[in-house]
Design a protein around this ligand. Structure first.
Ligand SMILES: [Zn+2]
Length: 234
């Protein structure tokens, strides 16, 4: 009898948790249309920075290719590398909030969710950054995440293409994966980070190399890279 009661309680708790985190996430991450347009257009986004080494290398590639992107930054890392963060803004890129630390919203209470977003915003504002976009770490939300993001004037943005670039992968393989996911309105998420946020050593180096190879390839196919400001005007 006790076992049945325990099983029922566990079942109710599990169901409540599914409704709190995983189910809202599935709706926004997979069921919603996350494309940036219906045209042959691509929006580049980079998560988990700024990084002491890789962000500058990435900025050089983007400058050379005349592309503006969105950098979803972690407040803690902005505090750690303020001069790198400043360069992102100076180069006309948009910054978005990726939280203060890289926390999974499925395991945060509503109070902690609010604190995490507010803390991240304060850390960015301390460095003269005023983001309009928000991307939850892992793309995972809970029932309260979007409410608190909206209160800070943030619009949540997911992606249509994720290629596992945080694991060290040959650049040719990454190019193949990106090509495989190429669709009109593609929103790409890549990671300019190192081991401190879960990336494998040297993975960002490969990502940057792959990006350099991929940009001319898609342009040859008639695709153009849209500016984040074009997305903002919606
Ligand atoms: Zn992330």
């Amino acid at each position: 009898m006790y076992l049945v009661i325990i099983a029922i309680i566990v079942g109710i708790v599990l169901l409540a948790w599914l409704c709190y985190g995983p189910i809202p996430t599935i709706v926004y991450k997979y069921l919603k249309n996350n494309r940036c347009s219906e045209e042959k257009e691509i929006l580049l986004t980079f998560d988990d920075g700024p990084d002491a080494v890789y962000t500058q290398q990435l900025l050089n590639v983007l400058e050379e290719a005349d592309i503006e992107a969105i950098f979803f930054l972690l407040g803690q890392k902005v505090q750690k590398y303020p001069s790198v963060a400043k360069k992102i803004v100076q180069q006309q890129h948009r910054v978005g909030l990726h939280g203060s630390a890289h926390e999974n919203m499925w395991f945060l209470t509503p109070k902690k969710t609010k604190e995490s977003i507010e803390k991240g915003m304060a850390q960015l504002r301390d460095n003269n950054m005023h983001p309009n976009f928000y991307r939850p770490p892992y793309g995972n939300i809970n029932l309260f995440t979007l409410k608190y993001a909206r209160k800070q004037g943030l619009k949540a943005l997911w992606w249509t293409a994720i290629v596992g670039d945080w694991k060290k992968t040959e650049s040719t393989e990454l190019v193949e994966r990106l090509n495989h996911r190429l669709t009109p309105g593609m929103v790409v998420v890549l990671h300019d980070s190192a081991e401190d946020t879960g990336g494998q050593q040297g993975s960002a180096q490969m990502m940057i190399k792959a990006l350099e190879q991929w940009i001319p390839l898609v342009r040859q196919q008639g695709y153009r890279f849209i500016k984040p400001s074009e997305r903002e005007s919606e």
